[in-house]
Design a protein around this ligand. Structure first.
Ligand code: BGC
Length: 822
């Protein structure tokens, strides 16, 4: 007879109980140390992890889907479920049992490097999309390990600064329970309620304790939300005291292996700890369906991606494209446009994926570049390509002939080295292109480069500095570049150089100095990651002029601009890197029908906004980039996206100003933010360039409330949507609550498809549960008593109806339509 834990007809707890009872004490110790033979011999699969933020990492041939932030911008949980299901299917097909994702960390700081992996700045939207993703993925009988629990919202000092033993502590987030509960924990709660079987503990500290070592932090999902899954820590640096983490409730010690756990530690763990972790893990393995639907083992993976999944990648890319601006119906490009100039990185040099562990390898045979997609869809139109800008890439190495020693005595660069003992010496090297031997950091560290740089050309020169570490570059004493990177390319995806433009005069040398320190650099030689510094440049050339000429000769110009981003770096500011603002300006001056395609991780500044006809926001759209972009440009599909994060007028208007490229503190104060994203005080005061929730379609709609009722504590608002245009559209109605007069917050989304010339009636429901705040007294989020407003709108800034509601004794009792909206 098959053992009871393999009997699918029994209740989950009975199966888990039977299995745990069958394990010996030594079996359990081994499991706590990440050795799973006792499970596999009993017919359970072992946890086998694959990073899958936006598609499978390191699985050749996997579908490269659009980034997480793109999925959020669809505002479409049904699509998110389909996306999760597709990624999960590929993970299972490739033989994995645990999918590392999705990521539901909130976009607190617009510069944060992993914003594009996650679902934006709003807890409700992040939870909705995250939960749908988890439901879809886990429908394949696998485990989602949702990331990164919790308050991990930036890369600076995420794992500390310095090498080896000298690496300091990770970032310490100071945050009250109320702020954690009302913002950062909410998406995690939503994924737990959707059934997520695992969570990854984050790298950072929270109020002085590492998240993975904090009994208070790890207890919240179990105690308050009834979660019964298992925790794993993030890679390498998340646990500093393994015994403490074990006692705190961190189930496994590492993503594979034991981490720093020892047999002695496990044997000395407080009573019940080992039984609990074995129970949590086996419950996930059985409860997810993995035991009843065992993996077939790792496949060659060539068949992992399917046409259906690639079609989904394309649909998601279209549905996530946000039309930010569309003057004089510049888009879609109709029959009146006989020629199009396509400018910027639009071939394989366009950016398709986010960098880091969420990156997906691109299959060059499948990749549909923007240029190819536009050509294929252009029909009879002439398509002219012009590079315009190299985009956000490392520039060619500055040749040694451009360098003269600081005293002018000969060619070269003077480099000051030091070793671990404090010895310092100077050497002359030929150029600024240097990799520090990762295994030998302490014996030869280059701390400063000094030279004179002379160009043979006059005019704007682009400079790029690839950094694994922290660097500051000065020209004639003025800082022109400053920033930190864990590596100049983190695992996969794009490189992350620092970028700037400086004016040089032919034959006129400038003093150039670079200060370099370890900063957050990581050394993992087998992965090719180590400290590095390399200076690249692009002297003045004809690229922008040629692009402007091409634009001037065509009926419309499409300019693609981009910014690389991902794990291990925060952006240094919100400016488009390099010469791309200048490129847009020059193209716009040459062609009034200029359409800018922003392929960026989040908000960027657009100093040229009033000069261009249209702006489309895409976010690392994956391998079907070209097809999706062409469909939107030529009007074969409507750009369906809404902004899942705010585009501020200035970076200072959003939180995160407590650190930046110049200052990287050891702690951040989240309570001082006073709200994040569109709810932050800076946006309240200054407004936004583009608001959370904003996104235009190709058909104008008008909406009106047609009725409202309160029945059994549920407010139902009925409204009509008229499509005044000539195309199908989807009206994305957003409900916001203004709780006791505070900044509005998203509480609901209703997607209303409407045919041209038609109108549709839709309904939106709000209960008191959405109008809640953390109560220390009740130790949970509770409905806030009193009068509040519910706003219906097209974005957080544009609302077209307002309903006043009353909550009494925790129940929504009364609603009144406010005419006109205040
Ligand atoms: C990242 C995680 C990732 C892990 C394993 C870490 O550096 O923070 O998101 O899952 O590596 O690749």
């Amino acid at each position: 007879m098959a053992p009871r834990w393999l009997d699918a007809s029994l209740e989950l707890e009975e199966r888990v109980g039977a299995l745990v009872a069958d394990l010996s004490g030594q079996d359990k110790v081994a499991i706590a140390l990440g050795e799973f033979d006792a499970l596999t011999t009993r017919g359970l699969p072992a946890p086998d992890y694959v990073d899958a933020g936006t598609g499978l990492r390191d699985v050749p041939g996997a579908t490269a889907f659009p980034a997480g932030i793109a999925l959020a911008s669809t505002f479409d949980p049904d699509l998110a479920r389909e996306y999760g299901a597709a990624v999960g299917r590929e993970a299972r097909a490739a033989g994995f049992t645990v999918l590392l994702g999705p990521t539901v960390d909130l976009a607190r700081d617009p510069r944060a490097g992993r914003v594009p992996e996650a679902f934006g700045e709003d807890p409700h939207l992040s939870g909705l999309i995250g939960a749908a993703h988890v439901r879809g993925a886990q429908s394949n009988h696998l485990i989602c390990q949702v990331k990164h629990y919790v308050a991990y919202n930036g890369e600076d000092r995420r794992t500390g600064y310095g090498f080896g033993q000298l690496r300091g502590d990770a970032m310490d987030v100071q945050v009250s329970t109320a702020v954690l509960q009302d913002a950062y924990l909410r998406p995690f709660r939503a994924v737990v309620e959707a059934g997520a079987w695992s969570m990854m503990g984050s790298y950072n500290r929270i109020n002085g304790q590492y998240a993975c070592e904090s009994p208070e932090v790890l207890a919240i999902p179990r105690r308050e939300w009834g979660w019964q899954g298992f925790y794993c820590p993030d890679f390498l640096f998340a646990v500093r005291d393994d015994a403490r983490a074990l006692a705190a409730g961190l189930d496994l010690g590492a993503l594979g292996g034991s981490g720093g756990r020892t047999r002695e530690m496990v044997e000395a763990a407080p009573s019940g700890v080992v039984d609990a972790l074995v129970t949590n893990l086996t419950r996930a393995l059985i409860g997810s369906g993995l035991v009843d639907h065992p993996p077939a083992g790792h496949s060659s993976a060539s068949g992992v991606s399917t046409p259906v999944n690639r079609d989904l990648a394309e649909r998601t890319a279209i549905a996530s494209t946000v039309l930010l601006r569309n003057q004089n119906a510049a888009l879609p490009l109709g029959p009146d446009v006989a020629s199009v100039a396509v400018i910027g990185p639009s071939g394989a040099d366009a950016l398709y994926v986010v960098g880091g562990s969420a990156a997906v390898d691109l299959d060059p045979n499948r990749l549909l570049t923007p240029a190819a997609g536009i050509r294929a869809a252009a029909g009879e139109r002439t398509v002219v390509l012009a590079q315009g800008s190299l985009g956000d890439v490392p520039l060619p190495t500055v040749p040694a002939t451009a360098f003269t020693l600081p005293d002018g005595s000969g060619p070269g660069v003077e480099v000051e080295f030091s070793d671990g003992s404090g010895r310092r010496w100077t050497e002359v090297l030929a150029d600024i292109d240097h990799a520090v031997a990762a295994g030998d950091v302490a014996s030869r560290w280059p701390g400063r480069w000094r030279t004179r740089l002379t160009s043979a050309a006059s005019g704007p020169h682009r400079l790029s500095l690839n950094v694994g570490g922290r660097a500051r570059l000065r020209i004639n004493g003025t800082t022109v570049l400053c920033g930190s990177r864990e590596a100049d390319q983190f695992i996969h995806g794009p490189h992350y150089p620092l970028q700037t433009v400086v004016d040089l005069i032919a034959g006129d040398p400038v003093e150039l100095e670079v200060d370099y320190e370890e900063g957050p650099a990581i050394a993992i030689p087998p992965m090719g990651i180590g400290p590095v510094l390399r200076l690249g440049w692009q002297p003045p050339d004809a690229l922008i002029g040629q692009a402007a000429a091409a634009a001037g000769a065509c009926d419309a110009a499409v300019v693609l601009v981009n910014q690389a981003c991902g794990e291990g770096m925060d952006r240094d500011d919100l400016a488009l890197p390099g010469d791309q603002d200048e490129l847009v300006r020059r193209v716009a001056a040459a062609n009034p029908r200029t359409i800018v395609v922003l392929n960026t991780p989040g908000a960027v500044r657009m100093p040229w906004l009033d000069e261009v006809a249209a702006v489309l926001q895409v976010w690392y759209p994956g391998e079907r980039f070209g097809a999706a972009l062409a469909a939107v440009l030529f009007g074969d599909a409507e750009p369906g996206g809404r902004l899942p994060l705010t585009f501020p007028h200035a970076r200072e208007h959003l939180p995160g100003g407590d650190h930046g490229p110049d200052v990287v503190p050891t702690r951040l104060d989240y309570d001082a933010d006073g709200g994040i994203g569109y709810r932050s005080p800076g946006i309240g005061e200054h407004g936004a360039a583009f608001s959370f929730g904003h996104g235009l379609g190709y058909a104008a709609t008008s909406c009106a409330v047609t009725g409202h009722t309160v029945v059994d504590g549920r407010l139902r608002i009925e409204f009509s949507v008229a499509n005044n245009g000539t195309r199908d559209t989807v009206q994305v109605t957003q409900a916001y609550a203004r709780i006791s007069g505070s900044a509005a917050e998203l509480v609901g989304i209703v997607r209303v498809p409407v045919a041209p010339g038609a109108s549709a009636v839709a309904e939106l429901e709000v209960t008191s549960a959405a109008i809640a705040r953390w109560s220390a007294q009740a130790a949970r989020r509770v409905p806030v008593e009193g009068r509040h407003r519910i706003l219906l709108g097209d974005s957080s800034a544009v609302t077209w109806a307002e309903v006043a509601v009353v909550i009494a004794d925790g129940v929504l009792t009364e609603a009144t339509l406010v005419h006109p909206p205040e």
